[in-house]
Design a protein around this ligand. Structure first.
Ligand code: BES
Ligand code: ZN
Ligand code: ZN
Length: 454
């Protein structure tokens, strides 16, 4: 967990110097700094440790960067510094984002393997700033941990424990509907997708905040492992499917951030949590299910299970007509084909909100890309025997058709709806972003909520 952030006013300063300003900056430094800075051919990402003149300690750290405004400039620094307590030099601009990038770069998933520990702490003196940085980094670490944890240890009951702990930490309420109770409470699709697993399907719910505040409802796809079901995935496609609860990880992390910063909203989180397993009682291609909303759906492919568990949860979410409804899901491979793995796609029934989100994402280095709810493709999931099928026969436009399927279960005239189709995984390491579980679009959505509601 994130224990590298400390509250202190004095620590070894980190000076950020751009390649461009290096020469002029060096001229102003004392001679012992000048000779260190001048001797090697410095380029971007060089880290210089400046020893103190007398004691055996560091006087400062100099980090040469290409662009001082790059959000991720400090993303590789924590791993390179010796044990100590550091702080960004006073005159540094964008301390908040540099601190976040520094700390995100120190993330390690060491639950199953001991790794050389990173012991370069970061001190922040301003308490409000510290709390904001901490809320952001803790949330992203939580999402990464949840996604990285192997499926055997991150089944619906484990997601339930996580949400329960979160609720009690922030004085919220947690409740859940388990196994056959889902049928009694009319959540047929969640039960159907999850019934083949020994780990019973669940609908998890967290409520928090003042009932007089605007209501925000978050829904996250919690498929703890997606084997594909009877339409079994090939080995390569199944390998990473412990991350198929990534949408749940995003909304749980977002909820934590909202509660930790005490955003004045009434928060509701719904997570349909299931394992899409293969067993003699697994649901089948050709089965027809009557959803919570009453729409009948023919199963064309058991691997299109995310939209099935989400549709009952979205219908319930919609029933309270919240001010804003947001879902996150590792919903389609097609979205990755369209945008690659590092840019999450999103859909919105409200263009003004979408525009604001895109603008925020571009300024805070957490970009998102809007895809269209192109109604014409609705025909692609028509069924001969039911109101609709869970997917179409053609893979083209798969992210759009999946979003259109979900749209059938919300009422945009009552509640603006945002749907994020995320990867939840870094395939390659980038500064501040190690390989493995990742939260994408989270800071952007939080900033939007903060601007709108606080
Ligand atoms: N969980 C997958 C989607 C996925 C795959 C997200 C890889 C991110 C990376 C989802 O349940 C799925 O299998 N979708 C199918 C839908 C198809 C059967 C219509 C897909 O995308 O191939
Ligand atoms: Zn699937
Ligand atoms: Zn899935």
């Amino acid at each position: 967990m994130n224990n590298l952030l400390v509250h202190a006013n004095h620590a070894t300063p980190i000076h950020l110097v751009s390649e461009q300003n290096l020469a002029s900056w060096t001229k102003e430094q004392p001679s012992h700094v000048q000779c260190l800075v001048e001797q090697p051919r410095l380029n971007s990402q060089t880290v210089l440790l400046i020893p103190a003149e007398k004691e055996q300690a560091l006087e400062s750290v100099v980090l040469v960067v290409k662009d001082i405004d790059d959000f991720w400039a400090l993303g590789n620094l924590a791993k390179q510094l010796p044990k100590g307590v550091y702080q960004l030099a006073e005159q540094t601009a964008n301390i908040e984002s540099h601190a976040i990038a520094y700390l995100l770069g120190a993330y390690q998933f060491s639950a199953y393997k001991s790794l050389p520990s990173i012991e370069a702490k970061l001190a922040i003196g301003d308490e409000a700033l510290l709390n904001k940085v901490k809320a952001t980094v803790d949330a992203i670490f939580l999402a990464r941990d949840l996604v990285n944890t192997p499926a055997a240890d991150m089944m619906p009951q484990h997601l339930a424990e996580t949400m329960q702990e979160l609720a009690s930490k922030f004085d919220g309420q947690f409740s859940e509907i388990i196994g056959d109770e889902l049928l009694e409470h009319n959540y047929p699709t969640i039960h159907m997708v999850g019934r083949a697993s020994d780990n019973k399907p669940r609908l998890l719910e967290l409520n928090w905040g003042d009932a007089n505040h605007p209501k925000i409802t978050l829904v996250g796809k919690g498929v703890c492992f997606d084997s594909g079901g009877l339409d079994l995935k090939p080995a390569s496609g199944m390998r990473n499917m412990k991350k198929d609860m990534g949408g749940a990880a995003h909304v749980i992390a977002l909820a934590q951030m909202i509660m930790a910063t005490n955003l004045p909203v009434k928060l509701r989180v719904l997570v349909p949590a299931v394992e899409n397993a293969v067993s003699k009682n697994a649901f089948r291609p050709g089965d027809v299910i009557k959803t919570r909303k009453g729409i009948t759906v023919e199963i064309d492919n058991t691997d299109a299970e995310g939209r099935l568990v989400l549709c009952d949860a979205l219908d319930e979410a919609q029933s309270e007509s919240p001010d804003l409804l947001i879902d996150f899901a590792t919903l389609t491979g097609a979205c990755r084909i369209a945008l690659g793995t590092e840019l999450p796609g999103f859909f919105s029934t409200d263009q003004a909100i979408a525009n604001e989100l895109v603008a925020i994402g571009n300024t805070n280095a957490d970009p998102i890309w809007q895809l269209p709810l192109f109604d014409q493709y609705k025909e692609l999931f028509k069924s001969d025997v039911a109101d609709m099928a869970n997917c179409g026969s053609s893979p083209f436009g798969g992210a759009i058709t999946a979003a259109l399927y979900l749209k059938e279960f919300v009422e945009p005239s009552k509640t603006p709806w945002l749907h994020f189709d995320v990867m939840a995984w870094n395939l390659r390491a980038l500064p501040g972003r190690p390989v493995g579980g990742e939260a994408l679009g989270l800071r952007t959505v939080f900033s939007y909520l903060e601007q709108r509601y606080s």
